[in-house]
Design a protein around this ligand. Structure first.
Ligand SMILES: Nc1nc2c(ncn2[C@@H]2O[C@H](COP(=O)(O)OP(=O)(O)O)[C@@H](O)[C@H]2O)c(=O)[nH]1
Ligand SMILES: Nc1ncnc2c1ncn2[C@@H]1O[C@H](COP(=O)(O)OP(=O)(O)O)[C@@H](O)[C@H]1O
Length: 225
C-alpha cells in the first residue's frame, strides 16, 4: 500500500490571533508535530544560550530576530522532524525566511488566522503562559486556575505582552509578515480563516484539515473543540 505523503503545514496570523491555541487543537486531533519559533526562542532565553541572550534584546523591543539567526535555528529543528507530519507556528515571518524554507522543503498548506488588530490588543494583556510547554491561558477565554493544568507549575505573563510592545509587534507584522501572506497566496497555498473568536474559526480549520489527515483523537470527532 502506498504511504500517504507527510503533511508540511504553516500557521500564520498576527501576534495573539490564536496560533498557539489553534495549534494545540490541531495537535490533539491530527497528531502532528508542532514547532513554534516563539516557544523555541523562549526556551533558549530561559536557558541563557547564545541565541537566547541575543533574542531577548529584540523580543523586548517588539522587533523580529534577524533572518539568518532565525532561519538557521528553525531549519535545524525541522530536520529532526523529518519522518513526521509537521506544523510550523511563527516561522516564516519574513519573505526572506519563506524563501529560505522553500529551498529546503515543499510546503503543502498555509493556514492564516485573519483576526482584527482591535480584538488582539485586548487578548494579549490577559494572556498567561506555562513557559516549559508553551500552553496558553487567558483571563477571560480559557481562565487558568492559577497554575498549569497538566504540571501544576506556575504560569507567567510574557514581558513582550505589555501594551507598548504589543503595538510594535503589530507594526512589525504589518511591515514584515503581511508580505509573506502574499508570497504564499501567489503560490496558491494560502487558506485564510477570518473571525474574532477561535471557537467559531476552529470548526472551519478542522473541516479543512480533515480533507488532508485523519482525526486521531477518536472521541468527540463530531464536535471538535
Ligand atoms: N477572548 C478570547 N481570547 C482568545 C481567543 N482565542 C485565543 N485567545 C487567547 O488570546 C491569547 C493569544 O492567543 P495565542 O493562541 O497565544 O495566540 P498567538 O500569539 O497567535 O499564538 C491567549 O491568551 C489565548 O488564550 C478567543 O477566541 N477569545
Ligand atoms: N520567525 C521569526 N522571525 C523573527 N523573530 C521571531 C520569529 N518568531 C518569533 N520571533 C520573535 O519572538 C517573539 C515572540 O514570538 P511568538 O511567540 O510567535 O509571538 P506572537 O505570535 O504572540 O507574536 C516575536 O515578537 C519576535 O520578536
Amino acid at each position: 500500500m502506498a504511504v500517504p505523503p507527510l503533511l508540511r503545514a504553516v500557521i500564520m496570523g498576527p501576534p495573539g490571533s490564536g496560533k498557539g491555541t489553534v495549534s494545540a487543537r490541531i495537535i490533539k486531533h491530527f497528531g502532528v508535530k508542532h514547532l513554534s519559533s516563539g516557544d523555541l526562542l523562549r526556551d533558549n532565553m530561559q536557558k541563557k544560550t547564545e541565541v537566547g541572550i541575543l533574542a531577548k534584546s529584540y523580543i523586548d523591543q517588539g522587533q523580529l530576530i534577524p533572518d539568518h539567526i532565525m532561519t538557521q535555528l528553525m531549519l535545524n529543528e525541522i530536520k529532526s522532524l523529518d519522518q513526521h507530519n509537521w506544523l510550523l507556528d511563527g516561522f516564516p515571518r519574513t519573505v526572506a525566511q519563506a524563501e529560505a524554507l522553500n529551498k529546503e522543503c515543499h510546503i503543502d498548506t498555509v493556514i492564516d488566522l485573519d483576526v482584527p488588530f482591535e480584538t488582539i490588543k485586548c487578548r494579549l494583556t490577559a494572556r498567561w503562559i506555562h513557559p516549559a510547554s508553551g500552553r496558553v491561558y487567558n483571563l477571560e477565554f480559557s481562565p487558568p486556575k492559577g497554575i498549569d493544568d497538566i504540571t501544576g507549575e506556575p504560569l507567567v505573563q510574557r514581558d513582550d505582552d505589555k501594551p507598548e510592545t504589543v503595538s510594535k509587534r503589530l507594526q512589525a507584522y504589518d511591515a514584515q509578515t503581511k508580505p509573506v501572506l502574499e508570497y504564499y497566496r501567489k503560490k496558491g497555498l494560502l487558506k485564510s480563516f477570518s473571525g474574532t473568536e477561535t471557537n467559531k474559526i476552529w470548526p472551519h480549520i478542522y473541516a479543512f484539515l480533515q480533507t488532508k489527515l485523519p482525526d486521531v483523537s477518536q472521541k468527540d470527532a463530531a464536535k471538535p473543540r
